[in-house]
Design a protein around this ligand. Structure first.
Ligand code: C2E
Ligand code: CA
Ligand code: CA
Length: 405
């Protein structure tokens, strides 16, 4: 049996409305019914949970094939109105190998689903006996996450960004970390999807905006100005036009120069109702902050839609940077994105630069700014200040890389 739980359904429901959420569930049900064989059964077993009972299987290849198919159909993201464009976590358990009765079959599939979710979602996992503790892990994670804000366990680390022509430090991307007791510094990939699902992402995101502004103000008081700090936004922040208010409040409270704040949007945000999003983006822009389009190249990225939005910067997704030196296609894509950005009067930022070869190619292609492990990891704010602003060590490193070319 397949236990299917949609990823981030809550945030879809919140940002697009319940009517859209209901419609999506109905279309998913139809898709599942269409996909399965005559002997199989589909049921909706919870808000955004479905189960598929697959009969007549000869082995795990059969269940894997169906789970792959379900995820592929859910992921389809064509512009066509029938595209579902949603992720799901699927847990698979089999009888009689994994369970002898219906109840434990279901329980095991549920547990496998949690394993898929914990691993980041949008994948399937087959049940394994050692999975026993995973669902309680999720419960603990949720409970700890709930307390994390009050306990001041979140921190922002700052990954430097450089002007690729001059080597000058231009700013940093603020990246969220959770200092979870007994677990160390937890990266956002491990808790963001759960935070989105539980709605906890709203207060977390608000905290991030306030904290970034506070930090900018703190640096300004120490004489550090002219740096731009990028903050990642979630689609959910655009529901009910809340985002401009949050940003305005943070700016007013910290009295920072709004030009020091850059908001990173993903294409997922822009794909919502355009008539709803553009006024919100204009409202943000009129506060004086700048807007970047993050992970560019992975989504829809069409020229027609790019022109509609009031953007300042494009960030080339790191998946294209990775293969830059080896893969001709990646180089062609990066080159096209840089050209496209410049035609649209946007600054282009490459992220995920890990090697000197990648850096050299991006410079040669006229990319404006860069960020990546080669140039600097995300650092605690005081370390960032000491190592990058006062000592300028990375900037000279960039110049050295340039002369070596
Ligand atoms: P992102 O916006 O694409 O952020 C860049 C991610 O790439 C960061 O991971 C960063 O550490 C990593 N990275 C930077 N340079 C390199 C490199 O050279 N090579 C490789 N392989 N990776 C590099 P991180 O910090 O784990 O963040 C992951 C994602 O979590 C971010 O992806 C962003 O979507 C999200 N995120 C991070 N902070 C926040 C936040 O405050 N709020 C929200 N809503 N999302 C956040
Ligand atoms: Ca980002
Ligand atoms: Ca990115």
């Amino acid at each position: 049996m397949h236990f299917i739980d949609l990823d981030r359904f809550k945030s879809i429901n919140d940002s697009q409305g319940h009517a859209m959420g209901d419609r999506l569930l109905r279309r998913i049900a139809e898709m599942l019914v269409e996909l399965i064989g005559e002997e199989d059964t589909v049921a909706r077993i919870g808000g955004d949970e479905f189960a598929v009972l697959q009969s007549n299987i000869t082995g795990p290849e059969d269940t894997a094939r169906l789970a792959d198919l379900i995820i592929a159909r859910l992921n389809e993201s064509e512009h066509a109105p029938e595209a579902l464009n949603v992720g799901a976590s699927i847990g698979i358990s089999m009888a009689p190998q994994d369970a002898q009765d219906a109840e434990s079959l279901m329980k095991n599939a549920d547990q496998a689903m949690y394993a898929a979710k914990l691993a980041g979602g949008n994948m399937w996992r087959a049940f394994a006996a050692e999975m026993g503790t995973n669902s309680s892990q999720v419960v603990n994670l949720e409970r700890d996450l709930l307390n994390a804000i009050a306990q001041r366990e979140f921190v922002l680390n700052y990954q430097p960004q450089f002007d690729l022509r001059t080597g000058a430090l231009t700013g940093a991307e603020a990246l969220l970390r959770w200092r979870r007791p007994e677990a160390g510094l937890v990266p956002p990939g491990h808790f963001l999807s759960l935070a989105e699902e539980t709605g906890l992402i709203m207060p977390i995101n608000e905290w991030v905006i306030h904290e970034a502004c506070r930090q900018i103000g703190d640096w300004a008081r120490q004489g550090v100005t002219g740096l731009r700090v990028g903050v990642n936004l979630s689609p959910i922040q655009f529901r009910r036009r809340a985002i401009a208010k949050v940003v305005a409040a943070a700016l007013a409270e910290t009295r920072i120069d709004p030009r020091a704040l850059d908001l990173e949007l993903t294409e997922g945000i822009l794909l919502r109702d355009v008539d709803d999003i553009i006024p919100q983006l204009n409202a943000l822009r009129s506060l004086g902050v700048s807007l970047s389009l993050d992970d560019f190249g992975t989504g829809y990225s069409s020229l027609a839609y790019m022109q509609k939005f009031p953007l300042d910067r494009l960030k080339i997704d790191r998946s294209f940077i990775q293969g830059l030196a080896e893969n001709k296609n990646d180089l062609a894509i990066a080159r096209t994105i840089i050209e496209l950005g410049h035609i649209l009067n946007l600054r282009v930022v490459a992220e995920g630069i890990e090697t000197n070869a990648q850096l050299a190619l991006l410079k040669a292609e006229g990319c404006d700014e860069g960020q990546g492990f080669l140039l600097g990891q995300a650092l605690a704010p005081d370390v960032f200040l000491n190592e990058l602003v006062w000592q300028k060590s990375q900037a000279s490193f960039l110049c050295a890389a340039r002369s070596a070319r």
